[in-house]
Design a protein around this ligand. Structure first.
Ligand SMILES: [Zn+2]
Length: 220
């Protein structure tokens, strides 16, 4: 019993030369597009109108590659339209207005926060959980400012490193999580919230001493 291949010789040839064929088709299409730019554009537009979700789906499948494609496409456009691109850049620079820009960005982000209160609460909750000392420090700074004493942003970690992680009251090493900031001139006596006026202490030492301890003698 002889086997008869149902494919025509043309089909067999096509299958054997698939890569070559594809390359040839691509070249032919590129030539056709170059010769008929308007029809090619119209075809692309029609195809896009018939497949409105294609781009979105392709982007969603791999956002990183999508961003790269769009960057490349912008770059290609700039290369093909250097004068228009230069014009846009000139316009951008002429209207570039930093103070106004900052205001616009603030207004935008205020509006965004208003529209997404739950996200804001969640982000704040996560931030204060991750940086309890920064939150404490910020509150301290505000209270000091309201009293009229000098204040500056202080990074607790920087003070911890500066003081070598030692409690300035008992002289022992303070674990990072048990460390607190102590004001040499107490805030109760209008001491400023400045890096020069704070030292690392055990929270327990700080609370025991309150604002009448050896640090004040040290200062005298
Ligand atoms: Zn201590």
């Amino acid at each position: 019993m002889s086997y008869k291949d149902p494919r025509t010789s043309q089909e067999r040839w096509n299958e054997a030369h698939r890569d070559e064929l594809r390359k040839y088709q691509r070249e032919y299409q590129a030539r056709w597009r170059a010769e008929h730019p308007e029809r090619a554009l119209a075809n692309r537009r029609r195809w896009a109108a018939e497949h409105p979700d294609y781009g979105r789906q392709r982007y969603a499948a791999n956002p990183e590659a999508g961003r790269a494609r769009s960057r490349k496409s912008v770059q290609r456009w700039r290369e093909r339209h250097p004068e228009q691109a230069a014009d846009i850049w000139r316009q951008f620079k002429a209207t570039w207005n930093p103070p106004d820009l900052v205001q616009r960005m603030r207004a935008y982000s205020a509006k965004w926060r208003e529209a997404h209160p739950d996200t804001v609460t969640e982000v704040q909750r996560r931030y204060s959980q991750a940086h309890p000392d920064k939150i404490r420090e910020k509150r301290l700074r505000r209270v000091t400012r309201e009293r009229g004493a000098a204040s500056e942003p202080i990074d607790p970690q920087a003070i911890y490193d500066r003081d070598g992680g030692r409690c300035h009251i008992c002289g022992k090493v303070v674990p990072r999580t048990k460390a607190s900031l102590d004001h040499l001139i107490p805030r109760a006596f209008d001491g400023p919230h400045l890096a020069a006026n704070v030292r690392i202490t055990h929270l327990s030492c700080n609370l025991k001493r309150r604002h009448l301890g050896p640090a004040q003698l040290l200062l005298l």
